[in-house]
Every structure is written in C-alpha cells, then in structure tokens.
Write a protein that binds this ligand. Structure first.
Ligand SMILES: NC(=O)c1ccc[n+]([C@@H]2O[C@H](COP(=O)([O-])OP(=O)(O)OC[C@H]3O[C@@H](n4cnc5c(N)ncnc54)[C@H](OP(=O)(O)O)[C@@H]3O)[C@@H](O)[C@H]2O)c1
Length: 341
C-alpha cells in the first residue's frame, strides 16, 4: 500500500464564482488510525452544492470550511486498517472524509453499509444524504394529500429526482423543472414525472410563468424548492390555498458576491395571504431521527428497481475542482461524484 495521500485543501475564499485557484493539491502521509479509529481508502467523493456555502466566511447553519484544511465532503470507501472492534478490513463505509484519497475517522461517526443490494455509490445519492433530504422535505413538510400536484426544481438532480419519484409512487401529479430538453426528457420518460418545464426555454419571466401554468393546470399544492430566483417567484404565483413550500436549496444565489442582492427575494409577498401557504426551510442533518426510516424505504425502492437515478462521474482527484464548478453551473446530470478507485 502507498504511504502517501493526495488531498485538496481550500486555498482561498471565492469572490462570487468558484475558480480552480480557490483549491490547492497537497501530498501528505497517509494518517495512522489511533485507538477507536479506522483508516479508509475512499472510492467515491460526493460533490454537493452546500460545499459552496462552506467556502464563504459568513453566518450559516454550519461553520465555514477552514482555509488550508482538506475540503469537507461525504465519501464512501473501504476500511483498510481498523483499531475499533466494530469495523473490519474490507467493510464498506459512508463517512465525511473530504476531498482526499485516504482518511482516518473515529469509528462512531462512520456508517457501515451493505453494497450487495445497491451499489456503493448510491449511498452518496438516492440511498444517502440527497435521498434523505428529498424524503424529509417531501414527506414531512409537503406531506401531500391524495391527488395533489407537487412541483420540484432541479428535477433531474440528486435530490429532485427522488422527490418526484416519491410523489409519483404516492399517486400525486409530479411536475419537474429542469434546465434543457435532455434533462426534461429524462425526467418525464425515465423517471415517470407527469410533466417537466425546461426553464431555459423561457426567454422572459412571463414566458416561464406561461410554461409553469401549462404544466400545473390545477395549481400547485406542494413545492420543493432547490434553486430559487425567478423559478421560485413564478411557482409561488401558482400556489393553491394552504400549499406547502419546502425550501431545500437556493442554488441560483450560491455564487453571489458578498452583499449582492439575492435573486430569490420574494417579489409578491401578498401571496402569503392570498394562498395562506406555509414556507419552511430545513437542513437534513437536523433530522437524524428520521434517517433510518428514510434510508430503509429508499434502499428498498432502489433494490426493487422502483427508484431510478443517474450519476455524473468525474474520474480521479485531479478532476474534482472542475466537476464542482460544473455542478454549480448545472453541467452535472444527476448525482455528481468523483471516482477515486
Ligand atoms: N437543505 C438540505 O439539507 C439540503 C441537502 C442536500 C441538498 N440541498 C440542496 O438541494 C439542491 C439540489 O442539490 P443536489 O445535490 O440534488 O444537486 P443537483 O440537483 O444534482 O445539481 C444541482 C442542479 O442545480 C441546478 N442549477 C444550478 N445552477 C442553477 C441556477 N443558477 N438556476 C437554476 N438551477 C440551477 C442545475 O440543474 P438544472 O440544469 O436543471 O438547472 C444543477 O444540475 C441544492 O440547492 C442543494 O443546496 C439541501
């Protein structure tokens, strides 16, 4: 086994859009596990939009990523040395080892997974954090009643694709919003949504409103928000009385420069009174109590082939910064991963 570990650290904080020079590659010794720790060889890194927020130094729901430290991130991999009785060499584990090839973690914060029914990488996607995020916002905030219409933005992505498929499995009308005809085609034909709006086909907000209205003839009862901006404001205008809006993400504002006006500012707040809707933000890691139930349901659906997903896989650690920059620009198609092994 090599004794050297390649990793990517945060070299500087972005001023607006992320650039490759915000990151630095380093080669260091592979760390030794202490008592109660495990050494893991990382097979896949998860790239997620939340990492953009961590790169800033402002107030957020989590501490900022420290400069000169390994970039945060979810990982799946294989135990190659263990000093904890609960883990053996060869065990497959989900953890948060960050952007590096090898990592040591306390055994109590690693989760052993069974990759005999679903592939290992799925534990970073539909059977992992993004899937549980979809499950929580859909089941606990939108909590739809029979026959309702549920709309989700970034519908072909890691979270959005699960939201729409859960809604369809429950018999709802599921409507996606996604960027481009290829993504929309996939959302309807492969994932089984009833309709998908290609927001990039709209040249003006008025045109976007027309497309969303056509796709939601009975209005919108539940909206799962992943992107914000004009899409948020347009869907708010279609809400039915007592609709629920689960605010999961506002990716169109993540690359804003410090002090820049938010694109997701609500333009027509009187809709709160007209529709008496409820809008609730959530962070999936606040709800660890529901993870076992959600993962059980999602892995069951995956194993039965009833939950489909797609992955964008970048090859090798060197490809990580560009893949992350692409994710924030919508160049990924499905869950964005980096394969290291
Ligand atoms: N609250 C939580 O606990 C939690 C947990 C996980 C994820 N999230 C949030 O969930 C959302 C989706 O995450 P994901 O992991 O599933 O990512 P994803 O959907 O797989 O990828 C991001 C997608 O966002 C869309 N996008 C990017 N820039 C955009 C822009 N300026 N305007 C509109 N759409 C844009 C792109 O899709 P199109 O090409 O279709 O536009 C892109 O493919 C993100 O906002 C993320 O922060 C929240």
């Amino acid at each position: 086994m090599t004794t050297r570990n390649r990793r990517i650290v945060l070299a500087s904080r972005p001023d607006g859009a992320v650039t490759p020079d915000n990151f630095r590659f380093e080669t260091v010794d592979v760390p030794e596990p202490a008592e109660g720790q495990v050494l893991v060889r990382v097979h896949y890194l998860s790239l997620d939009p939340y990492m953009r927020g961590r790169m800033n130094d402002g107030r957020s729901y989590a501490n900022p990523q420290a400069l000169d430290e390994t970039m945060v991130g979810g990982t799946v991999g294989e135990v190659i040395a263990s000093r904890d009785p609960g883990f053996a060499v060869g065990d497959k584990v989900v953890g948060n080892l960050g952007w590096q090839e090898y990592g040591v973690a306390d055994a109590k914060i690693l989760q052993k997974v069974d990759d005999s029914r679903v592939p290992l990488s799925a534990f970073l996607g539909p059977a992992g954090m993004p899937g549980v995020t979809a499950w929580y916002g859909y089941r606990k905030i939108i909590a739809p009643k029979a026959g309702e219409t549920v709309v989700v933005s970034a519908a072909s992505g890691a979270v959005g694709s699960v939201v729409g498929q859960l809604a369809k499995a429950d018999g709802m009308r599921a409507v996606g919003i996604a960027g481009g005809p290829e993504k929309c085609d996939y959302v309807v034909r492969e994932l089984g949504f009833d309709a998908c709006v290609d927001y990039k086909a709209a040249q003006t907000p008025k045109e976007l409103a027309r497309l969303i209205k056509e796709a939601t003839p009975d209005g919108v009862d539940g909206y799962f928000e992943n992107v914000g901006g004009d899409i948020l404001n347009t869907v708010l205008g279609r809400l039915n009385t007592f609709a629920r809006v689960a605010v999961c993400g506002l990716i169109s504002d993540y690359n804003n420069k410090p002090g820049e006006a938010a694109k997701s500012a609500i333009q027509n707040p009187v809709m709160f009174l007209v529709a008496r809707f409820r809008m609730e933000g959530f962070i999936v890691s606040d709800h660890l109590d529901i993870w076992p139930e959600a993962v059980r349901e999602l892995t069951g659906l995956l194993a039965e082939g009833r939950l489909k997903y797609r992955e964008s896989i970048a090859e090798g650690l060197d490809a990580t910064p560009e893949a992350f920059i692409g994710l924030l620009a919508g160049r990924n198609f499905g869950k964005q991963l980096v394969r290291l092994v």
